[in-house]
Design a protein around this ligand. Structure first.
Ligand code: CO8
Length: 260
């Protein structure tokens, strides 16, 4: 697929998808969303890609939400299709067996906050701004905001953000647990890539099992969730990387993981 609205690069096992529609602050219309879905699918399938970073072009926006000019006159059926495509894309990112990092460089409103929440890790620039302002335009979040936000920050604060429609800055986003860390704008991609490099060096099957246990255990009753964890952990013992990791520890050296 030819990309016109995103930039897609892969370097040393780290893929970067840069939302690149700066005139509309990288707002998501069906074209950019389908490019995002296509690139994310490549990231999921390509074993040479170990980590995915999502970011926005320019210094103003990560993603300023779904494209309001596209949505204004949608009928319910077309709105549903647009929402389902968003959910499909974000669940793909969330479930992929490798880690993802949102490097949030500016406005991440509505769909922008929702995209960031589908990533495993969120690193925000000091200039980042979050929010679910859909209510101000007669909507509610439609790409997982009503579900992922309460899971991340708790019901009370999620309701404050969604019902009030206000914006929150990076410092507040850190205080409520919406982002993992806040860094100076100039350091954002350096920090994101540094952490991505660390994640890329982890044994891949173990990474897959860790994400699997967290993602699918989270909504289960504790006993069932613990059973899922035990199964996932047991499967790690079938890998050469587990043997190597423990051998290397005992021999006081760095492990040489092979992905087997
Ligand atoms: N959609 C379309 N265009 C946008 C969007 C957007 N979400 N955000 C910004 N733009 C455009 C502006 O219209 C403007 O275009 P132009 O230059 O042609 O007038 C350009 O980007 C620059 O924006 P501003 O001039 O407004 O820049 P400011 O610095 O003054 O303000 C803001 C920046 C605060 C980010 C402001 O643009 C804003 O509030 N944007 C809208 C934010 C928003 O409400 N986002 C949520 C949208 S709804 C949503 O995401 C739901 C997700 C899933 C639901 C799917 C349902 C089908």
């Amino acid at each position: 697929m030819e990309y016109k609205n995103i930039l897609f690069s892969v370097e040393e096992g780290i893929a970067t998808i840069t939302f690149n529609r700066p005139k509309a602050l990288n707002a998501m219309n069906p074209e950019i969303l389908s490019e995002f879905l296509d690139a994310a699918t490549i990231c999921k399938k390509d074993d040479n890609i170990k980590v995915l970073i999502l970011t926005g072009s320019g210094d103003k926006a990560f993603v300023a939400g779904a494209d309001i000019s596209h949505m204004q006159n949608l009928c319910a059926q077309d709105a549903l299709a647009f929402m389902e495509m968003g959910h499909q894309t974000l669940r793909l990112v969330e479930e992929m067996p490798k880690a993802s990092i949102a490097a949030i460089n500016g406005f991440a409103l509505g769909g922008g906050t929702e995209i960031s929440m589908a990533c495993d890790i969120r690193i925000a620039s000091e200039k980042a701004v979050f929010g679910q302002p859909e209510i101000l335009i007669g909507l509610i979040p439609g790409w997982g905001g009503t579900q992922r936000l309460p899971r991340l920050v708790g019901m009370g604060i999620a309701k404050e953000i969604i019902l009030g429609g206000g914006q929150i800055d990076a410092k507040r986003a850190y205080e409520i647990g919406l982002v993992n860390r806040v860094v100076p704008a100039a350091d954002l991609m350096v920090e994101a890539k540094k952490f991505a490099k660390k994640l890329a060096s982890m044994p891949p099957f173990t990474m897959k099992m860790a994400k699997y246990s967290i993602n699918y255990g989270y909504d289960l009753a504790l006993d069932n969730a613990n059973k899922l964890e035990v199964e996932c952990c047991a499967q790690c013992f079938s890998t050469a990387d587990q043997k190597e990791g423990m051998k290397a520890f005992l021999e006081k050296r760095k492990p040489n993981f092979t992905g087997r």
